[in-house]
Design a protein around this ligand. Structure first.
Ligand SMILES: [Zn+2]
Length: 145
């Protein structure tokens, strides 16, 4: 069991991705999708590229990334769809320097998703969630500082 303080850090991370990263396919600017849009957070202004965005604050790039609710992705995977491409915005401190690396994982296998049950405090209920375990998966670095 995992207890999660349901902080919303996603939106700021998504804005940083829009600011720093161009479409990996065509080089045009990316734009945010509406919050209610399932599974994808950003899309390209010039082509069909879409991706999910995750942000982590406070630790160096690592393999296990907090995902989202399990039910929607599980339904999508059962229908035969693929896991959406993922952009991960890592931010951490090294000494007094703020570091950042934005990675793009173009392909994620079904077996990279691990589901678990979380106790989400703000909603006072148990919720099925998943994490990404991206160990060994190929990625491109789209931005670093
Ligand atoms: Zn594009």
């Amino acid at each position: 069991m995992v207890t999660i303080n349901n902080k919303i850090t996603g939106d700021k991370g998504e804005l940083e991705v829009i600011k720093h990263v161009e479409c990996p396919n065509c080089g045009r600017r990316l734009m945010l999708l509406p919050n209610s849009y399932p599974l994808y957070d950003v899309q390209c202004r010039g082509c069909f590229f879409r991706a999910q965005v995750k942000s982590t604050n406070g630790s160096k790039p690592h393999d296990v990334i907090r995902g989202a609710g399990w039910d929607i992705i599980n339904k999508v995977l059962k229908s035969g769809a693929l896991v959406p491409p993922l952009i991960v915005n890592f931010k951490w401190k090294e000494g007094d320097k703020q570091r950042q690396e934005i990675r793009f994982y173009p392909f994620i296998k079904k077996t990279n998703l691990c589901n678990y049950t979380a106790n989400i405090k703000s909603r006072e209920r148990l919720y099925k969630m998943f994490n990404y375990n991206l160990k060994g998966m190929k990625f491109y670095v789209l931005y670093e500082k």
